[in-house]
Write a protein of this length. Structure first.
Length: 393
């Protein structure tokens, strides 16, 4: 029987997210990785990218992760990882380093293709905010398939490889509408935003099968191919099921802040009720057909922040905690909330084959900056240090 995955995401290392390390975007008005190299000097861009990658994750981080009981990491990588898409700087050497560290410290690696040219979701973490056009361009769809195949050829037989995730969070109509995406993530270029649209489930099914055909021949036995649910957990009950595809894993991302957007009240009992009576039955149903992993989750919620974060969007819209009538909570109060939610969520993930916490680390100041009050729960290191999360919960 496979080991239960107790994982952490190494987000914001090889795929930048401005909110997680704002200093990387200093002296630029860019909100995403697409526009960063287009708004600063080339030499400055290359220097800060190389410095960020060298400092953000190193061998020492794998030591710390092992000490937390983490046995796997999910590493988001960009479509330009091989350095073949200007003006971006490739990062295949950094991924090679991670595989060496992972093998040495007994931590497996799930490679997660996190971005696609012209965007697969319109999120800031999709590389280009407010733009979702990738699936409309056949040549770019083919390019992504070549990236996946090259990754499989390079790492398919590596001891540290857990698997390859085909594509992170390709958005479909339901989540597009729930988030009101064009408003939540406005495009820098309105023309690109105006012609953006969510992916269809029909397209994703076809693309996942094509990706499987590219990846599978290069993988050693037991290595996994992971596909994301497109924010529709039960839409895949007849697709690539366990009996048909034994080494395929269904990935779902479950955030309490998204549940808040969907109407869940910002109260502990409401969160727990949602987890027990809404999410858990769906998770059980999905697990009957697939090996399911929760590839992203965390403890972040508005209640523990002490103010309404508007589904995690307040700080991105320039609204501070003070603007929202901050209720300062004691560490003991917050710990009680986080521990209850951690145990409830872990009880669900254990129905499947594991989880990956988002994120291993965050680089902003939650102590001297009132803007980030309560956002420290995104950081696994802090959650572990304060006993909010344990792998044995």
């Amino acid at each position: 029987m496979s080991k239960f995955i107790q994982g952490a995401n190494l987000g914001n290392w090889l795929v930048l997210e401005k909110w997680m390390s704002p200093q990387t975007f200093a002296n630029s008005d860019a909100d995403d990785e697409f526009y960063l190299p287009r708004t600063i000097e080339r030499s400055d861009y290359e220097a800060r990218i190389r410095q960020h990658r060298a400092e953000y994750i190193s061998e020492r981080d794998f030591v710390l992760l092992r000490g937390m009981g983490i046995n796997s990491v999910r590493i988001p990588v960009p479509y330009f990882i091989f350095g073949d898409r200007e003006p971006f700087v490739g990062c295949i050497q950094e991924l090679d380093n991670a595989f060496a560290w992972g093998k040495h410290y007994g931590i497996s690696i799930l490679i997660d293709l996190h971005t696609a040219p012209m965007g697969q979701n319109g999120f800031d973490n999709g590389g280009i905010q407010g733009v979702c056009q990738w699936s409309k361009h056949a040549d770019e769809v083919k390019f992504v398939l070549t990236v996946l195949e090259r990754l499989a050829q390079r790492y398919g037989h590596h001891d540290a490889l857990y698997g390859i995730e085909i594509l992170n969070e390709p958005i479909t109509q339901g989540m597009w509408d729930r988030l009101n995406l064009p408003v939540r993530y406005p495009a820098r270029d309105p023309e690109l935003g105006a012609i953006s649209a969510p992916n269809t489930l029909e397209f994703l099914r076809d693309f996942y099968l094509r990706a499987y055909a590219c990846i599978k021949p290069h993988l050693a036995d037991g290595k996994k191919i992971v596909f994301h649910d497109g924010f529709e957990l039960l839409a895949w009950q007849d697709f690539m099921t366990r009996e048909q595809y034994p080494d395929v894993v269904l990935d779902t991302h479950q955030y309490l802040m998204v549940a808040e957007v969907g109407g869940v009240a910002q109260q502990l009992n409401s969160y727990l009720d949602y987890l027990e009576h809404q999410l858990k039955p769906q998770y059980q149903e999905a697990c009957a057909k697939h090996d399911v992993i929760c590839g992203e989750w965390c403890l972040f919620n508005s209640l523990a922040c002490g103010y309404d974060t508007h589904g995690g969007q307040s700080i991105l819209n320039g609204i501070s905690a003070a603007d929202q009538g901050l209720k300062v909570m004691s560490l003991e109060e917050r710990t009680a909330i986080y521990q209850a939610l951690s145990k409830a969520q872990m009880s669900i993930w254990r129905l499947g084959i594991g989880h990956y916490y988002w994120n291993y680390k965050i680089l902003f100041d939650t102590v001297t900056s009132t803007n980030w009050v309560g956002w420290d729960s995104w950081d696994l290191g802090r959650a572990y240090a304060f006993n909010w999360f344990r792998t044995d919960f």
